[in-house]
Design a protein around this ligand. Structure first.
Ligand SMILES: [Zn+2]
Length: 410
């Protein structure tokens, strides 16, 4: 991997590539060709994703129309009701939602959604963007099937500026109409292998899909370039003791669907995976390097020592990360995610500002170098020392993250 190759890959993938889209498929084919050029055994695995085409989305406040985008998978229907801006979702606040269309500061999350429906909410308005940005972009949001569990009400997303204006105007009633056709399509994981001296593997993951407004250079073509860079660096040293399996995941942005599909389809083979190393956002000019370890804390201590010995800055923690490492940890594979997290004022994601301009080719190469060395130390171990037992604190966090258990209110 060198600066020229990085530039070429970033230029070639400089566009939106959402789950299930033709652009996502085309990017998968491109990554497949890059891995093949590098001499890896490459194959693709498809899985199903729910999609929808929204034909109509309309939001009016006291009859005045407000630009909006309808949530996909929230069904079709219309509703008119008083507006309830609900910045808190404690038990007392929930009582205010009866018969109302609720405006939330957060996205639609599982517990809040069901609490509000149980409290009698009849529709939802969310917003994103930033009141201080020039643009009036509105993201296309999705009511995830594992969030709605089939309970559907009209939901729209609006720009932050209009959300502010809506609260200021305090309209007597608002009306939402959404019409859509829901269907199923496919997304895919691209898998490239460099065999080792044994039939055991280290799985490296990075997602290549984006959200609807983003070209996803930082989130997460940077991580995909990371996998290719590690492949370049370690294929020279092959065969290592453990094989290297590079999994470029599709559909991460809509709920880690690629890594969930992989772990579900390979339940038996997971025993042969000693460790999952996930890359989600690296190589920015600014920002701190982090490792989030979903495994025993000894792995975190090892990383901290390794970094201290080299003078490589690290903010490490033992936790569950909102990325493709999580389904691995949840299926008993010790996992960790690496990222370089930029201050929000410097680099944001899931919007039009996530572009290749955020990335430093030099920093990307340095990040790849560190992660490749770490990978090699594990892949060439006499025996990968990381315990296969997922500790109880991580198990609890997995239960909360994957909605099996409600997080205690602070
Ligand atoms: Zn990401």
């Amino acid at each position: 991997m060198n600066q020229e190759t990085i530039r070429e890959i970033l230029n070639r993938t400089d566009r939106v590539r959402c789950s299930g889209s033709a652009e996502e498929k085309e990017t998968a084919a491109y990554l497949e060709s890059l891995c093949r050029e590098r001499g890896a055994n490459v194959y693709r695995e498809s899985f199903e994703v729910d999609v929808a085409e929204v034909h109509t989305a309309k939001l009016t406040a006291d009859g005045r129309e407000i630009p909006c985008i309808g949530y996909t998978l929230c069904g079709s229907g219309s509703v008119e009701a008083p507006l309830c801006y609900l910045p808190n979702t404690d038990k007392a606040s929930l009582c205010l939602a009866q018969g109302k269309i609720v405006l939330l500061d957060t996205g639609i999350t599982y517990w809040v959604y069901h609490d509000l429906l149980d409290a009698g909410a009849v529709g939802f308005i969310t917003y994103d963007g930033d009141v201080h940005y020039e643009d009036r972009d509105i993201d296309r949001k999705r009511l995830r099937p594992y969030v709605s569990l089939g309970r559907k009400v009209p939901c729209v997303n609006i720009n932050a500026k209009d959300a502010f204006a809506l609260v200021q105007a305090a309209p007597a009633t608002v009306a939402i109409r959404v019409e859509q056709t829901e269907s199923v399509t496919t997304s895919q994981n691209v898998i490239a292998e460099i065999p080792g001296r044994t039939d055991e593997w280290i799985a490296l993951t990075a997602h290549y899909d984006t959200t609807p407004l983003s070209h996803g250079a930082y989130d997460n073509m940077s991580g995909c370039i990371g996998l290719l860079g590690i492949l370049d660096a370690l294929k020279e040293k092959a065969p290592l003791r453990y094989g290297l399996r590079f999994i470029f995941c599709g559909s991460e942005e809509i709920g880690l669907l690629g890594s969930k599909a992989y772990t579900a389809a390979h339940e038996k083979d997971l025993e042969k995976i000693a460790l999952n190393i996930n890359l989600d956002m690296i190589g920015t000019y600014m920002g701190r390097f982090i490792a989030c370890v979903s495994a025993e804390d000894k792995l975190l201590h090892y990383l901290e020592y390794m970094c201290a010995l080299r003078g490589w800055g690290l903010a490490g923690r033992q936790d569950v990360y909102s990325s493709d490492s999580t389904p691995f940890a949840d299926n008993g594979v010790p996992a960790l995610s690496f990222a370089r997290i930029a201050p929000k004022s410097q680099a944001t994601i899931h919007n039009r500002y996530d572009t290749k301009a955020l990335l430093s080719e030099e920093q990307l190469l340095a990040d790849i170098g560190f992660i490749a060395d770490f990978t090699q130390s594990m892949a060439d171990a006499v025996r990968c020392p990381v315990s296969k037992d997922i500790p109880e604190n991580i198990q609890n966090k997995l239960d909360e993250y994957l909605l099996r258990k409600r997080k205690k209110e602070n």
